[in-house]
Design a binder for this molecule. Structure first.
Ligand code: BTN
Length: 334
């Protein structure tokens, strides 16, 4: 297999194989024809089909009879994804991995090499998915969405937290559209059903004092997990658990990128106020919620008292002071 442009990315011809099988889902397609169309030997087609089978794609047949896909696979491969996107910059370039350490790490490295605004890095599995505050992100193979969008926003580094809120609003919209259920947004960037989280966002930035070079907006969504590991059961859920059925990851990613484009453009056109107003409207955490905040050095409780113009959450602490939350992990207090 020739070396892909970025170490570990999915060979473009596997992407083509998936698209070809998906486009011919109802018919048997000969190994020779596949080999001709994607430019590999029949032996390679066989090996790749075996690889797809190992990943759960149901393909009937063998080299002599030809192949037929039984269900259109829900892979996040570039060709499958791009045909669902509009012509905007988000998702114009997609780097897909069957397995990588962290899509955020890949995107940060690509950002340094000059990768353009809107590039998406996406993986079927992460071996070292990162969460906020040094946590790891449980990244079960093919059941979740593990993606990072590289953005080059023409705003100051102080406004970067707003980009995370933009992403949270976009995910929320995509989930409503996809499932009909309305999730809550926990400031600044978690999506919940009830008290259980199914999506987290990790934004990392490369900037100078007054200029952002790029941000890597990493989004993790628990989609088709049938079970949540014991240690996370009390605090996490998945879309499958909430809706009772499997959800198409490729549809969710496409919706998400479309809404991200809309909210990002709203942010650039109207500034932080538009994002803060929308977030305040849809998040039950913006005002009147009893919360607990844990920083490295202290834990305190209070009641949320609205967002500041720059997006920080104000909390009226139980000791009477009302202050913005600068750092720490926020949870709903009992
Ligand atoms: C959180 O702690 O809530 C943020 C979780 C962010 C996880 C995503 S998965 C895709 C991207 N790559 C990573 O390593 N992390 C983010």
């Amino acid at each position: 297999m020739p070396k892909a442009a970025i170490s570990g990315t999915t060979d473009r011809r596997i992407d083509s194989l998936l698209a070809l099988l998906a486009d011919n889902a109802m018919i048997v397609i000969s190994g020779a024809k596949i080999a001709r169309e994607i430019g590999v030997t029949r032996g390679t087609v066989w090996r790749w089909i075996e690889k797809l089978r190992a990943l759960g794609v149901r393909v009937k047949g063998h080299p002599r009879t030809g192949y037929q896909i039984e269900t259109v696979p829900d892979f996040l491969a570039p060709k499958m994804l791009r045909r669902r996107l509009n012509s905007g910059p988000l998702g114009k370039r997609v780097h897909h991995f069957f397995k990588t350490d962290s899509t955020n790490s890949v995107a940060m490295a690509l950002g340094e090499k000059g990768e353009p605004h809107g590039t998406v890095v996406i993986a079927e599995e992460q071996t070292a998915g990162r969460g906020r505050a040094g946590h790891t992100w449980h990244s079960e193979k093919t059941n979740g969405i593990y993606m990072t969008v590289l953005l080059r926003p023409p705003v100051s580094p102080q406004q970067a937290p707003l980009i995370t809120m933009v992403a949270g609003l976009a995910v929320r919209e995509a989930i409503i559209e996809q499932t009909g259920l309305t999730p809550d947004l926990r400031w600044p960037n978690d999506l919940l059903f009830g008290r259980k989280k199914f999506c987290g966002i990790l934004t990392e930035m490369n900037a100078e004092q007054d200029q952002i070079h790029f941000v890597a907006v990493g989004i993790g969504v628990n989609v088709n997990h049938e079970q949540i590991p014991d240690e996370l059961k009390k605090i996490a859920t998945s879309l499958r658990i909430e809706t009772g059925r499997a959800q198409s990851r490729v549809e969710i990613v496409a919706r998400l990128l479309r809404h991200l484009e809309t909210y990002y453009n709203l942010f650039l056109a109207e500034g932080p106020a538009a994002i803060v107003a929308r977030f305040s409207e849809v998040s039950s955490f913006a005002r009147g919620k009893r919360v607990r905040i844990e920083t490295g050095s202290e834990t305190y409780t209070g009641t949320t008292a609205g967002l500041e113009p720059g997006g920080l959450l104000r909390v009226k602490r139980d000791d009477g002071r009302t202050l913005p939350v600068i750092a720490g992990t926020l949870s709903e207090a009992d």
